[in-house]
Design a protein around this ligand. Structure first.
Ligand SMILES: Cc1ncc(COP(=O)(O)O)c(C=O)c1O
Length: 455
């Protein structure tokens, strides 16, 4: 995990239309707050650039001491329609003033409205239902449970295996982590042999083999066939890259799932709600998942997640047996409705799709300046990444990624800590309301940061 130095450093002042830095960083006056958190929270909660947010609006994050960052984190891919949107605040205020703060599993009108709205986004061919929860991990847990329930229901106990991908991330709870593909995150589970199998992800860089045959080979290597498999869960793009499926692979995967009555689970927690320039990732491939996990950008603010799933699978559990205390809590529901309205009204699908080109080109230009250090750049819609390598190799270079992240922070460009198998990926995820001009300003800061660190 990234460790950020809390010693304040003199940094050059920055003043552009989008970024403003006027103090030492971290700001000396912010240290008591950061230190209180380091003392009171587990270490695991540190590890992000040392900025104390005072407010966040649109594309910008502000502290109390006059600094303004251009945000390329979207608060870890949450505030898709921009930070602190008035429409979302107004929708929340209306619910607060009614007042209607908690309903537990009792119903309210906005919940019905949201269900209709989310269902209108489901793939067209089958009948779907929506189950709302609070976190992305819960949505993945629920999809795994539903797939296994369906598998055992259709094929007996044999049909229980969940196949997922190496380096995948599906959350931090037991089931979601068993499905995850990072071994180092699973050492605490010790006994992982309970029907979860991982196959290499066809990213074309870390794994040059992009043929679907590798998926089949993994299964046969474990002595499995489609009759053993209940579901395949995949992050739509792998967060660590971001890495994308080759078209052909995605299509063959869907076909194999259909042939074997295996549930195809799209974990759209990160990619859903327009991150890649489409509402959902699977729309790039013309495939239709059976279960879709949503979270993060579904509200651009409060915690809410959802599983959108085929009705015959979702209805396997009788009344009262698949619920959660905060399912459909009025405030997150109101936020989700306002968020979806903004996505549509402001044509954010079109905006994110249009900016994918310039973002990819800008990164390719930077890579051309540092070909020894930047092993791979990827961009689609408004998600991108630069995978840093030890010069001339494919070996991950987390130190370079961290140094670039810090250099960007000091130039007023905020990104969350590097991700990746070893922390080697500088990940870029601006809010979807980013303009071409703001994107170029961010690319200038990134270019300068790379120049300072890598030259
Ligand atoms: C693809 C994916 N799935 C699941 C999760 C887990 O979501 P949460 O942190 O809301 O539990 C994340 C979070 O980063 C994610 O990116």
């Amino acid at each position: 995990m990234a460790e950020y130095d809390l010693t304040p450093r003199e940094v050059a002042p920055v003043d552009t239309a989008y970024r403003r830095i006027r103090t030492k960083l971290p700001v000396p006056e912010s240290l008591p707050i950061l230190e209180t958190l380091r003392r009171t929270e587990p270490r695991s909660m540190s590890g992000q650039p040392p900025v104390v947010w005072d407010r966040a609006e649109g594309l910008h994050v502000y502290d109390r001491w006059g600094n303004m960052w251009l945000d390329w984190s979207t608060g870890v891919l949450v505030a898709n329609v921009g930070h602190g949107r008035r429409e979302i605040r107004d929708a929340l205020k209306a619910v607060i003033d009614r007042p209607l703060l908690a309903t537990y599993v009792f119903v309210h009108e906005l919940r019905a409205e949201l269900m209709e709205r989310l269902l209108s986004l489901a793939p067209p061919k089958a009948e779907y239902r929506v189950f709302i929860l609070s976190t992305g991990s819960e949505a993945c847990e629920n999809a795994i449970k539903l797939a296994r329930t369906y598998g055992v229901h259709k094929g007996g106990e044999r049909k229980h295996v969940i196949v997922s991908f190496e380096n995948a991330f599906h959350g931090r709870t037991l089931g979601s982590q068993l499905a995850g593909g990072m071994k180092k995150l699973k050492t605490w589970i010790v006994k992982t042999d309970c029907g979860f199998v991982q196959t290499p992800f066809p990213d074309g860089f870390k794994n040059p083999n992009t043929d679907f045959g590798q998926f089949l080979d993994t299964l046969s290597g474990h002595g499995l066939t489609g009759e053993d498999v209940a579901g395949v869960i995949t992050e739509s793009y792998q967060g660590v890259g971001p890495d994308f499926f080759p078209d052909e692979y995605a299509k063959r995967l869907e076909h194999w799932c259909r042939e074997n009555d295996v549930m195809l689970i799209a974990d759209e927690v990160q990619s859903g709600f327009v991150r890649t320039g489409k509402m959902f990732w699977y729309q790039h491939y013309g495939i239709e998942p059976d279960l879709i996990c949503c979270g993060k950008g579904i509200t651009s603010s409060l915690p809410l997640s959802a599983v959108i799933g085929r009705a015959d699978i979702m209805d396997l559990y009788p009344p009262g047996s698949m619920t959660s205390t905060h399912s459909g809590s009025p405030l997150p529901v109101a936020a989700a409705l306002a968020n979806l309205e903004i996505i549509e009204r402001e044509k954010l699908v079109e905006n994110a799709a249009a900016l994918g080109g310039p973002l990819g080109e800008g990164l390719a230009d930077i890579q051309r300046k540092h070909p020894e250090h930047i092993g791979m750049v990827q961009a689609r819609g408004l998600v991108a990444g630069m995978q840093m390598v030890k010069p001339g190799t494919k070996e991950p270079d987390p130190q370079a990624a961290l140094a670039i992240n810090v250099a960007c922070f000091e130039r007023g460009l905020l990104m969350f800590a590097p991700v990746g198998v070893a922390g080697e990926c500088v990940k870029i995820a601006p809010p979807l309301i980013t303009t071409a001009d703001a994107l170029q300003d961010g690319l200038v800061a990134l270019d300068e940061a790379c120049g300072a660190v890598l030259s």
